[in-house]
Every structure is written in C-alpha cells, then in structure tokens.
Design a protein around this ligand. Structure first.
Ligand SMILES: [Zn+2]
Length: 428
C-alpha cells in the first residue's frame, strides 16, 4: 500500500531541535515513511490525502499509563494516593477479568488515538488481554505486566507466564512485552531480585513507579538503611537504559546524576502528580544533567484523560512557573519529551521522527481553525495554543486508525455496549 500526503507542513525533530517545513510531500509505503520533501517521479500512490496546509507531526508517545483503569474514570476523586489505591483501585482490580481488561484497554486506546497518540507504555494485570486489545486496534505499545508481592503469592508462576507472553510476541512489529514491578513499597527484595533476573535473561524492559510521593521516599529509607527508591532499585540493576521510571517526583541531586549516568528514562506525569498532590518533578534539572525525560498521562482514573498534548503543555508551563524563569523549557526541548525520548527504552529506537525509513506513525493536524491563526509560529501554536480537536488523522505503521472523526480499527458501538455490560457486572 502506497499513500501520499500532499500540501503538508511537516514537523522535523531531532534531539534538541525542531523545525516546520512547508508544502511538503510525505510518502508512505506499507508500514514505513518512504520520503519527506520532494515527490519522487516514480512514486505512484494507491491513495492521496491533500492536507490543505495542515501540519503532520510524529505521533505522541504516552510513556506511562494503566489502560484498563479508564473504567474507573471519575470515581474516587479528591483522595490521597494511598487511600485512593487501597479504597478504590485495588478492590476494583480484584474483580478484573480478561474480558474487562480487553475492553477497558480498547476504550483507553480509542481515546488515545483521538488525542494523536500512536505509541503507549502500559503497566497492568491481565497483560495478555491488554496486548490483544492493543494489537486489534493497531496502536504501537510496550505492554508491561505488573508484579507485586501479593500478585506473586496469588500466582506463583506469574514470572514464568510473563516470560511466555514475551516469547509469544517476540518479533511482533508493533508490540513488545516488558516487566513492571509496581513500586518499591509493593515489591520485596526477593521480588525485585527475581524481576532483575528475568530482565537479565530475556532483555525485557522494566517499567516501575519511582519516588512518586514523599511518603514512598521516607518509607523506603526506613526499610533500606537510608536508601532512596532509585538507589535501592539501582542496587538490583533495575536502573538501566531499558528502564522507564514513572514520576520521579522527588529525586535528589545525586539521584538525578544516577538517572543520567545509567541512561534510564524518567517519565514525567505532571497532571497526575498535581491532581494527587504528589508534587512537581524538577524536570529542568533532569534535562540539564543530560537525562532522558518522557511524558506520561498515568491512568484516566487519576488524571483524568489520555491526552499527552496536555502533559506537554503542563510540563513546559510548570517549570517556568515553579522556577520563576520563562526562559526554561524552550519549545525544542519539550518536543523531544513528547515524541521520541522514551522510544529507545521501549524497543522502538527508530520511531518518533518524520524521516525516510522511520515507522509511519504520524498525525495530521488541522491548522486552519482559529486557535492556530495567524500561524506566526506553528511550534509555539502546537505547545501553547492548539486544541486536541485539531487531530484529523492518526496513522500507526502505515495504517489509518482514525480519520475525520471516524475510527477505522475500533467498532465504537460494540465498545460502548461491552463497557456498559462490564460496569453493570462490576456493580458500578
Ligand atoms: Zn502509574
């Protein structure tokens, strides 16, 4: 299948730089971008999409979410993290089945696709259901299976089953499987050691909550002879280039150095941290230290949506406001967080750019609506002005998943029906 986008502006990004090229052609062949810029004379497309001057961008990457938790959106508001987890989330999760996780993931995916996300990093139980739903809807994803002491006591073979799931998806063009030890407060020494062994023997990425709250940091120090969560995880070899560390809200200067030295990816979740009163990660210092920083929404139960675009806006504004310095977080630095910073850790190192040979994961934005005009600076418009409703088309691996308000890989009527049935079964 050959597809040609005409009359497009295109966002060209690389580490620390971003420009917008005007009136481009972009060609897609099968699952990859074939060319950007001039139209090759021998390219005969099966379909041509006239962008009418709209902006093509790489798809947003959501580097931390828990897809099926969208079923809890709007429930358990105004609580602190521990209370929210123990009173609302964990009792709900105890009722989860393969079916509820499948449909919950599909609902989360529908919202993500509508927001221009093409790749996400999920942490949840029933990962076989999560992976099946993400496979069916066509998104790109790292699916990481949650591990806690409690889960291992209920399912002694859980780590072997995660390894088997990884083998099942090995070589899949869009889905990778990883391990998610939930956090240092839900995983013992022994659990972390076993997870580290599994990652060492399979090469699976690690996805974990780190220093989300002050309480987590204090509890960890009390149980480990003064170690912080990041130092403690590092002692197991769990802080490395394939580690995705969600939140990192409370890191010391030494830990920021460690983060950068290990090449791990911190996942900044500004809106979830604000809503749960957890604090504000000092992302400016992470970037100054040369650490990789990505963006995550966290689940829609704590955020309450899957809009990475909003995270991008908050990430930029918060650092300027907190430090009283509007020169911080220049636009070009911010864009890297939204489009390609986590992809190498997730096993998709060639993504996040509009360039020949890159996966055709892209989004077309309508820049003719009033919020984008008069178009003096499309990069600033993208971060500070544009509404999410600007998304016209979302493509992953060369397949159009969403176009002009219509989902092409998800039956929304069937999805709504399934969600209603599941919530009734749950008594919600
Ligand atoms: Zn989380």
């Amino acid at each position: 299948m050959k597809l040609l986008f005409t009359h497009a502006q295109s966002l060209q990004t690389s580490e620390g730089s971003a420009t917008v090229a005007a009136d481009d052609f972009l060609g897609v062949q099968d699952e990859k971008i074939l060319f950007v810029g001039a139209l090759p004379a021998d390219f005969t497309p099966d379909r041509t999409i006239d962008c009418h001057g709209g902006l093509l961008i790489p798809g947003f990457v959501n580097a931390h979410t828990h897809s099926p938790l969208c079923l809890l959106r709007g429930r358990g508001e105004d609580r602190c993290l521990q209370d929210w987890l123990s009173s609302i989330v964990w009792p709900f999760e105890a009722k989860h089945t393969y079916e509820s996780c499948y449909w919950g993931t599909l609902l989360n995916a529908a919202e993500s696709i509508r927001c221009g996300t093409t790749c996400l990093n999920d942490m949840y139980i029933h990962s076989d259901a999560v992976a099946a739903a993400l496979d069916d809807c066509g998104l790109r994803a790292l699916v990481t299976a949650t591990v806690t002491d409690e889960l291992l006591s209920q399912e002694p073979d859980r780590l072997q089953e995660i390894a088997a799931l990884e083998r099942r998806y090995r070589g899949h063009p869009r889905l990778h499987i990883g391990v998610a030890p939930h956090a240092v407060y839900t995983c013992s020494d022994e659990t972390l050691r076993r997870v580290a062994q599994l990652c060492g023997s399979t090469g699976m990425p690690v996805h974990i909550h780190v220093s989300e709250t002050c309480r987590e940091v204090e509890t960890c120090a009390a149980h480990t002879g003064g170690k912080t969560p990041l130092q403690y995880l590092d002692s197991f070899g769990l802080v490395q280039s394939q580690s995705l560390l969600a939140h990192c809200t409370h890191l010391t200067k030494e830990e920021i150095r460690l983060l950068a030295d290990r090449g791990a990816c911190a996942v900044h979740c500004p809106r979830s941290n604000l809503k749960l009163g957890s604090g504000i990660a000092d992302v400016r210092r992470f970037l100054e230290a040369g650490a990789r920083v990505a963006l995550g929404t966290d689940s829609s139960a704590s955020n309450n949506n899957q809009d990475v675009w909003e995270e991008l806006r908050f990430a930029a504004l918060l650092q300027k406001g907190v430090h009283g310095d509007p020169t911080l977080m220049p636009i070009r630095e911010c864009l890297s967080m939204a489009f390609h910073a986590p992809l190498a850790s997730m096993g998709f190192p060639e993504g996040g750019v509009l360039a020949p040979g890159a996966p055709a994961d892209l989004v077309l934005l309508d820049t003719q609506n009033a919020a984008w005009l008069p178009s003096a600076n499309p990069l600033a418009d993208l971060i500070y002005a544009a509404p999410t409703g600007s998304v016209v088309l979302t493509m992953v691996a060369g397949r159009v998943l969403y176009e002009n308000g219509t989902y092409l890989s998800i039956d929304m009527d069937r999805l709504r029906f399934a969600i209603d049935r599941i919530l009734r079964q749950f008594g919600l």
